[in-house]
Design a protein around this ligand. Structure first.
Ligand code: SF4
Ligand code: SF4
Length: 370
């Protein structure tokens, strides 16, 4: 017998609670892509039970199996035993990093610490930076800032077109991702964000990224933020738009916005205002399949992450026949855009970016008519 994983009682109970029914197989994006039983929540729970009881030594291979998870939560919402495998997996990652099996995510941990963002980039604010005091403060996050800056610039243009009085800050990573990959949240980074945000005097923080939204709304480190926190879809659903499209439009629920935050209706309300020809994919709302980008998975297993995005995109196109795929998450957007094949004609946008472009098209048509 080897020494088992020193799991807290809470997680021991959750692991024992797993009845091995296998309902989670059908909803796991990693299993869907790899077809390997070890990759779904059932496989991981069995592995962790063996490791916890000391029958299986914790090796790099075991750690790697536990790291292969996007933390999409689809297993948890479909688990009849209430075992919460996504939380168990997150707790197991922490224990494994504590035991020294951190080679897979180590680079990410170090990069965030050193540079203040998940990519180690220096060149910020391709989306345009506003400073100063305003009732609303916009927080963009790492993926939008460094990988989808043109999309963010369009979201900002939409807020300007709608006359929203907002500012932005000299932001660093919200640092929630560090916990997802087994590390601790960096208090100095949280402190920096808190100072910057408070200096704006804003009453409401608007997050463009669903993951940042969750961290600001839920994480104890941001408890004293003192601002109302809204995802951009919650904010925009109250507004009206002077544009419309007849195109066939569909929507992908980001895991962090949907399953993790329960925000399903707001994006749809906004889309229906501008795109009456809206159609749902078969797997939608709490059953939406993950795009493969979350939980540190894209950074650590980029090829598999892309394969998952390709699977999801292929099915959405097949099921809906949509010309436009909308989402409101820079990570989902980035993964789908990378996964899209040249022969696939579907346009992929964040909702806010798409509406800004409808305004642009309207303005160009107006000019031509004149
Ligand atoms: S659905 Fe829940 S109980 Fe069933 S195998 Fe998966 S984790 Fe275990
Ligand atoms: S959280 Fe998602 S990726 Fe991870 S095991 Fe569950 S279904 Fe699979």
């Amino acid at each position: 017998m080897t020494e088992g994983l020193p799991f807290y009682e809470k997680w021991r109970e959750a692991i024992i609670q797993c009845s091995r029914c296998g309902f989670c197989r059908a909803v796991c994006p990693i299993f869907d892509m790899s077809k390997r039983p070890i990759t779904n929540a059932r496989g991981k729970m069995i592995l962790l039970k063996e490791a916890m009881d000391g029958r299986l030594p914790v090796t790099g291979g075991v750690a790697q199996a536990i790291m292969r998870c996007t933390t999409c939560m689809n297993c948890t919402v479909n688990c009849p035993s209430g075992a919460e495998p996504d939380k168990v997996i997150k707790a197991a990652r922490k224990e494994m990093v504590g035991m020294g099996y951190d080679n897979l995510f180590k680079a990410m941990g170090e990069v965030v610490e050193k540079s203040g963002n998940i990519y180690g980039e220096e060149d910020r604010y391709g989306w345009g930076h506003k400073k100063g005091k305003a009732p609303y403060v916009l927080f963009v996050g790492c993926v939008g800032t460094y990988r989808e800056e043109e999309s963010v610039a369009e979201s900002i243009r939409l807020l300007d077109l709608l006359g929203v009085d907002f500012t932005t800050v000299d932001e660093v990573c919200c640092s929630g991702v560090l916990e997802d990959v087994g590390y601790e949240v960096k208090e100095d980074m949280v402190g920096h964000n808190l100072r910057e945000i408070r200096e704006t005097g804003a009453k409401t923080l608007i997050a463009t990224c669903p993951y940042c939204y969750r961290v600001f709304a839920e994480h104890p480190f941001y408890r004293d933020l003192g601002l109302e926190v809204k995802h951009i879809t919650q904010f925009l659903k109250e507004l009206s738009f002077q544009v419309k499209t007849e195109k066939r439009v569909t929507y992908h629920d980001p895991c962090d916005l949907g399953r993790h935050s329960g925000i399903y209706d707001e994006p749809r309300e906004i889309i229906r205002k501008v795109a009456p020809n809206f159609v749902e994919p078969e797997r939608t709302r709490e059953n939406a399949m993950c795009c493969g980008s979350g939980g540190g998975f894209r950074g650590t297993f980029p090829r598999d992450s892309l394969k998952i995005a390709r699977n999801r995109l292929d099915r959405i196109i097949e099921e809906t026949g949509a010309e436009i795929l909308l989402t409101e998450c820079p990570s989902c957007l980035h993964n789908f855009r990378n996964a899209k094949l040249r022969r696939q004609k579907i346009g992929i946008y964040n909702i806010t970016e798409f509406i800004a472009q409808l305004y642009q098209e309207g303005a160009s048509q107006g000019k031509q008519a004149a």
